[in-house]
Write a protein that binds this ligand. Structure first.
Ligand code: ATP
Ligand code: MG
Length: 552
């Protein structure tokens, strides 16, 4: 994996400090973290932050990381998601030690539940979910004990076995931990451990009709795998007490939970539930639409793993939530692409230029990347008829704006200096073509002309250029934080987030473009081949502009 200067020698974040201290104190021989996605959607930028943190700290301290699919809710989960999650993690540049599924532990979890019942630490409750909510009390008011709380161990064992056997309907019975209905922590008020759900599970099929709740699966799975540092986001702070209570009662490996603030990004949403709505309601073209904050969307857009890791590094690990600027991701992307992108010329909105004194075409070699001395050169052919951008010609000269104008000399990138002699007009006074003469001794890299020019234009050969489609993207939402606005977040979708230029003219080497390379189209920005591109229809996605137009 490529490492940037800032990835090394950075001060430790607070999680790294905890681990560093634990290792120095000899608490662990080596550390084991986990990344525990629920396979109910594609991974997004927030997950990328969690991946960088979990895999990053393990790597930094010589430990390992498990990938664990938190598949305890059979309804929303799917193999498609399982596969995409693995692909995304690998693409980000990380390797897991093992892949596990929380569903692999269903038998063990069931045994743990039986153990709790036998110890008198869990009971089967017949209250409905509404009744449970009512009896729960409020943060300032104690809850009431369930009338089923003092069932005998025998009765509980029998009822729990029958829950498992499918003798009761959904919602009829639950298994609850017997903790403390007066606890100031609402989650400690006899939390649910198991619920009945007659649902097909993507791995265990129809074997189970009872499924463990988050609190009774996560910590136990951590413990089974002997995770040392279980890192999660801040909303789990109140769960920590339940986490520790269950591990202590079961007497199993004492994994420890630590929390950091979610990573948010402005002008987008980052909840799988909301992203799924965007996909299902066709506001975007799938999970990997280049406007999506998903890892697959960013990949399709041309953002690199290095840029994403850089972003996560710069956004940092915090104890309080904040919103990061999308432009920070763009900055990191630009910084990386500037180093690796192959330079190419593409004219988006062409006007024809005739080089009147050019008889035979001239073959040129133009460097692929001035930032990379091993980048090599490519073949470009200079022909009598070329295209430049319509906007790069002005009839009325303006001060300090360096464009082509009649009577003035300007350089064509990688080729020659040309002087514009006249324009030929259509009947309606629009320009049909521009005439120039080129200066034979002004070839780029070997300019003996002595002519001073104040500008360089990109161009393509009208004869050899190939048509390509360009897709430019704007922010997906019109407001910084769509989830915080009144009404539905989808009311704030930017209707103009996609701009298609169906017929741009590209230099012919782009016919061979692959997903292996990123490109800088000179003066236009960074571009990446779309995965649906074919030899007949070549499509490029704009990854990011050359300059920041967004940050405050
Ligand atoms: P979502 O609300 O988008 O579905 P989630 O937290 O339910 O997110 P999981 O698949 O359960 O998604 O999360 C896997 C891991 O990624 C968890 O450890 C979770 O804390 C972490 N994670 C999810 N979103 C973010 C975020 N925005 N910032 C940092 N970590 C996150
Ligand atoms: Mg979740």
């Amino acid at each position: 994996m490529e490492k940037s200067a800032t990835e090394e020698n950075k001060p430790l974040n607070f999680i790294e400090e905890i681990i560093d201290n634990d290792l120095k104190a000899g608490k662990y021989e080596s550390i084991l973290t986990r990344f525990p996605p629920e396979p109910n959607g594609y991974l997004h930028m927030g997950h990328a932050a969690s991946i960088c943190l979990n895999f990053g700290v393990a790597k930094k301290f010589g430990g390992k990381t498990n990938l664990r699919f938190d598949d305890t809710n059979p309804v929303a989960e799917d193999v498609e998601y399982v596969n995409s999650i693995q692909e995304d993690i690998k693409w980000l540049g990380f390797e897991w030690a093992n892949v596990f599924y929380a569903s692999d532990y269903f038998d063990t979890l069931y045994d743990y539940a039986v153990q709790l019942i036998k110890q008198g630490d869990a009971y089967v409750c017949d209250l409905t979910s509404e009744e449970i909510a009512q009896q729960k009390g409020t943060p300032t008011e104690a809850g009431k004990n369930s009338p089923y709380r003092n069932r005998s161990v025998e009765e509980n064992l029998d009822l729990f076995a029958r829950m498992k056997a499918g003798e009761f309907k959904e919602g009829e019975k639950t298994l609850r931990a017997k903790i403390d209905m007066t606890s100031p922590n609402m989650l400690m008020r006899d939390p649910l451990l198991y619920r009945i759900k007659f649902a097909h599970h993507h791995r265990t099929g129809d074997k189970w009709c009872i499924y463990p709740m988050y609190d009774f699966a996560h910590g136990q799975s951590d413990s089974i795998e002997k995770i040392t540092h279980s890192i999660c986001t801040l909303e789990f702070v109140p769960h920590r007490e339940v986490y520790d209570w269950l591990i202590a009662k079961l007497g199993i490996y004492p994994s420890k939970q630590y929390e950091f603030a979610r990573v948010n990004v402005n002008y987008t949403v980052m909840s799988k539930r909301k992203l799924l709505q965007l996909v299902n309601e066709k506001h975007v073209n799938g999970w990997d639409d280049p406007r999506m904050p998903t890892i697959s969307g960013m990949r399709r857009r041309g953002i690199t793993p290095t840029a994403i890791r850089q972003f996560c590094e710069k956004a940092g690990i915090a104890k309080r939530e904040k919103i990061n600027e999308f432009s920070l991701l763009e900055f990191c992307t630009r910084e990386h692409l500037n180093k690796i992108a192959l330079r190419r010329m593409v004219v988006f909105n062409p006007i024809k230029v005739v080089i009147t004194n050019l008889e035979n075409e001239i073959s040129l070699d133009i460097e692929n990347n001035p930032e990379d001395e091993n980048g090599g050169k490519r073949h470009v052919i200079f022909t009598k008829e070329i295209f430049i951008e319509k906007d790069d010609f002005v009839e009325t000269p303006q001060k300090k704006i360096f464009k082509m104008e009649v009577g003035k000399a300007i350089r064509l990138k990688g080729a020659f200096i040309v002087t514009c002699t006249n324009v030929v007009k259509n009947e309606d006074d629009t320009i049909s073509e521009i005439h120039c003469t080129y200066h034979e001794n002004s070839k780029s890299g070997n300019d003996k002309s002595g002519i001073k020019v104040q500008g360089t234009l990109h161009w393509v050969s009208a004869q050899y250029a190939i048509p390509v489609e360009i897709r430019e993207y704007d922010r997906l939402f019109k407001v910084e934080n769509p989830s915080d606005e009144e009404g539905d977040f989808k009311d704030y979708i930017n209707e103009n987030s996609l701009n298609v230029i169906p017929n741009a003219y590209a230099e012919p080497v782009l016919q061979q473009a692959t997903l292996e390379h990123h490109f800088q189209f000179l003066r236009k920005g960074y571009f990446y081949l779309d995965k649906t591109s074919t030899a007949e229809k070549i499509i490029f996605n704009k990854t990011v502009g050359l300059k920041d137009n967004w940050s405050k």
